[in-house]
Design a protein around this ligand. Sequence first.
Ligand SMILES: [Zn+2]
Length: 84
Amino acid sequence: MDKQFDQFRASLLYCNKCGRAMPVRERLLLVLPDGELYEYLCQGCGSSLGSKTERATGPKVSIGKTPPPAPPTGRQKRPPQRKR
Ligand SMILES: [Zn+2]
């Protein structure tokens, strides 16, 4: 597989052994019922710097449930003022 670019998705993580932020490599650790657990390995020394769970979510679209966003109107709302 040509997935080299996946490495760059996870940015740098601080590695205690290397003493600085190091590029990390994602490694699939576990496959959970609702997602996948990834481990971040330091590319310098290979120690685990962290992990993340990637949820295997279904389609993200929820139709009919999105509240209409209130766009900020450019106008200033004036308080009602009556002229005499
Ligand atoms: Zn390291």
